[in-house]
Design a binder for this molecule. Sequence first.
Ligand code: F6R
Length: 260
Amino acid sequence: MLVIVENDYDIMCQVAAKMIVDRLRKKPNLVLGLATGSTPLGLYKELIRYHREEGLDFSKVTTFNLDEYIGLPPTHNQSYAYFMQDHLFRHINISPEKIHIPQGMFGNISITAFETDPVVTDFCRWYEQEIATAGGIDIQILGIGGNGHIAFNEPGSSLGSRTRVKTLTKKTRIDNARFFSSMEEVPKYAITMGIGTIMEAREIILLANGPGKSWAVKTSIEGPVTAMCPASMLQMHRKSNVILDQAAASELSAEFIAYG
Ligand code: F6R
């Protein structure tokens, strides 16, 4: 695990963008795993800047997003499909057919049947198959939840899990309520790549900023590998990079830190 601590969020995002740009210049048909949420916003801005100012070409890139809320159509302004269009895809020259985001709408399936309904389980299997057909993910971008989740793999998720439906914890729903007008509107379920799916990416870049992430960062990097802190599984990955700002790194023991 390479832990890089930068002075602030902007530099963190520039460093992450540079890593992706270097990989993309070497491999124009890069397969990129993408995250949503507040954390990667600066990184996406930087990638857009590279595209506009330096002509960085995304036309051969394939993307797979980590997760999507269940029950929100792609036109809903809090769906992750909408987020990705708004913050990245419509600003770069990516081919729409190379974009993959888990489906969030499954018709009239009852909430209690989500985990077992064949329409949903077939979709999850298809998503995994699409990743395999694309040759696997070259670089996966991750944020981290204040509770140590990666994608929507909440504490207690199997470390070998694959794409499936997960119930969001109360903490995650409270954390994400800032994007909705009321707590009732925050979805209770999401479809998410599993920890096993994420671990198969050839390289991982996890970004975390702000004091709300310091506990999760410390527990993931210095704690034992445990399903109770899903991001701790990254300790087992052969090529994981963790890029932090000072606040997110504030609980780490100094000897673990390589200053960027
Ligand atoms: C989003 C995702 C989540 C977020 C995490 C942090 O696709 O997979 O795991 O990365 O909840 O969210 P922010 O960045 O909003 O703090």
